[in-house]
Write a protein that binds this ligand. Structure first.
Ligand SMILES: Cc1cc2nc3c(=O)[nH]c(=O)nc-3n(C[C@H](O)[C@H](O)[C@H](O)COP(=O)(O)OP(=O)(O)OC[C@H]3O[C@@H](n4cnc5c(N)ncnc54)[C@H](O)[C@@H]3O)c2cc1C
Length: 347
C-alpha cells in the first residue's frame, strides 16, 4: 500500500506517522516554508483562557497528543515538547476570583492550579497576580517539521503539488508517474485551491507573531496576558498572536506589528529587541470544527483540515480517527466529518 500526503504541517505529519506505523509506504509533497504550522507557537493548551472553559473534547485530545509527540521524539531522536506552565495574568481582582471558581470545575481542575500567585518583582506586569495552568507546554513545531521531513529522506519532495497533474482515470490515482492507493490532502488554508475539496467552508483566520530577543525574560513559563509570550530557546521568545478575519495571506503588516508591540509593552517591563515578524492563515471552519472525510466520487481522495487555532493539540487524535475511517471502516464523529456540510461536487 502506498499513499501520498500533500502538506507538511501538523496535519500531514500526524497523518504520515499513523500511516507509517501501520506499515503503509508514505510519500509527502509540500512547500514546507508556507502555512500556519511554521509560524505557530506550538502551545498545547486544552483550555480557553479568555473564558476559563475547557476547549472542545480537550482532555481526549491532550491525552492522545502528549504520548504521540513523546513517541515521535524517540523516532526522530529529538526533544520536541517542553512541559511548561502557562501563567495567566489577571487584569482585575474579579478575574482572579473567576479563576478560583473555574479551578473547582471537574474538566478544568487537572489544569488550573487553585491558587493565585502574587507577582511583584517579576519582569512581567501582573498587579492582580496570575494563575498557573499545569500539564501543558510547548511543541517545537519547526523542529518537528524539519526533523520529520529529514527522517522521510527521499520519500519527501519539496515541491508544489499540481492538482491538474493528478491522473484519476486509472484504477489507482497517478502523480508524477507513481500510482497511489490513497491521497491525503493536508493543505491548511490552501485547500481553497483544491478542485475536489475547495468548496468546503474553510474561512481562514490570519495571525501575526513577533520573535523577540531578551536576556531578562524568564524561560520557565509561557505567559498569557492580552497575548502569549513563549520561550523558544535561551534568548528568543514567540509573541502573539493577532486575529484577522478579512485578510487571507501570509504577509506581515505594520498595523499588526504595532498592535503586537503595544500588547507586549503592556505585559513586560524589561528590554527586548524584535528579530522576526511572520504571518500565517489558521485553517478555521465556519462551525469551528475540523474537516475530515473522503470525496463522494473519488474514494481514494481524503481531506484532513480545519485544525483552526489548536492544530498541535488536535492533529494526532484526528489523524487516528481518519486512519480508522479510511482503513478500518469506523465512522467519524459527526462533528468532524465533512458529511455535515452540503454534498461535495461529485466530479
Ligand atoms: C500566528 C499563529 C499562531 C498559532 N499558534 C498555535 C499554537 O500555539 N498552538 C496550536 O496548536 N496551534 C496554533 N496555531 C494554529 C496552527 O498553526 C494550525 O492549527 C495548524 O498549523 C494547521 O496545520 P495544517 O497542517 O492543517 O496546515 P498548515 O500548517 O497550513 O500546513 C499546510 C501545508 O501544506 C502545504 N501545501 C498546501 N497546498 C499545497 C500544494 N498544492 N502543494 C504543496 N504544498 C502545499 C503548505 O505549504 C503548508 O506547508 C497558530 C496559528 C497561527 C497562524
Amino acid at each position: 500500500m502506498r499513499c501520498l500526503i500533500v502538506g507538511s504541517g501538523l496535519a500531514a505529519i500526524a497523518m504520515a506517522e499513523h500511516l507509517r506505523t501501520h506499515d503503509v509506504a508514505v510519500d509527502l509533497i509540500s512547500v514546507k516554508k508556507k502555512g500556519a504550522s511554521i509560524v505557530a507557537a506550538g502551545i498545547l493548551n486544552p483550555t480557553v483562557l479568555k473564558r476559563y472553559t475547557a476547549a472542545w473534547k480537550s482532555s481526549l485530545f491532550i491525552d492522545y497528543a502528549l504520548p504521540f509527540y513523546r513517541t515521535l521524539e524517540d523516532v526522530l531522536q529529538q526533544k520536541l515538547f517542553e512541559p511548561l506552565p502557562i501563567h495567566r495574568v489577571f487584569n482585575t481582582p474579579a478575574e482572579a476570583n473567576d479563576w478560583m471558581v473555574a479551578a473547582d470545575h471537574p474538566s478544568l481542575a487537572p489544569f488550573l492550579e487553585a491558587k493565585i500567585q502574587a507577582s511583584t518583582t517579576s519582569p512581567f506586569f501582573a498587579p492582580n497576580g496570575y494563575g498557573r495552568l499545569l500539564g501543558v507546554g510547548r511543541l517545537n513545531i519547526q523542529m518537528l517539521i524539519n526533523g520529520y521531513t529529514r527522517f522521510l529522506g527521499n520519500q519527501y519532495t519539496e515541491a508544489y503539488f499540481d492538482h491538474s497533474k493528478l491522473n484519476l482515470s486509472t484504477a489507482q490515482p497517478k502523480y508524477n508517474g507513481v500510482s497511489y492507493d490513497h491521497l491525503f490532502f493536508c493543505e491548511g488554508y490552501q485547500l481553497k485551491n483544491n478542485p475536489w475539496f475547495g468548496d468546503l467552508p474553510l474561512t481562514g483566520t490570519k495571525g501575526e507573531m513577533l520573535l523577540i530577543r531578551s536576556e531578562q525574560l524568564p524561560k520557565n513559563a509561557i505567559w498569557k496576558g492580552p497575548i502569549f509570550i513563549a520561550p523558544v530557546d535561551a534568548q528568543h521568545f514567540w509573541v502573539g498572536a493577532s486575529f484577522n478575519w478579512t485578510q487571507k495571506n501570509d504577509q506581515p503588516t505594520q498595523k499588526d506589528r504595532i498592535w503586537l508591540e503595544k500588547k507586549l509593552n503592556q505585559m513586560v517591563r524589561v528590554p527586548y529587541q524584535i528579530v522576526g515578524h511572520m504571518a500565517g492563515v489558521r485553517p478555521t471552519v465556519i462551525d469551528r470544527r475540523p474537516l475530515l472525510g473522503t470525496h463522494p466520487k473519488h474514494h481514494q481522495l481524503h481531506v484532513f483540515n480545519g485544525l483552526g487555532t489548536r492544530g498541535g493539540l488536535m492533529a494526532p487524535l484526528l489523524a487516528k480517527w481518519l486512519y480508522q475511517f479510511v482503513f478500518e471502516e469506523k465512522s467519524l464523529p459527526q462533528e468532524v466529518s465533512i458529511s455535515r456540510f452540503a454534498q461535495l461536487p461529485s466530479s
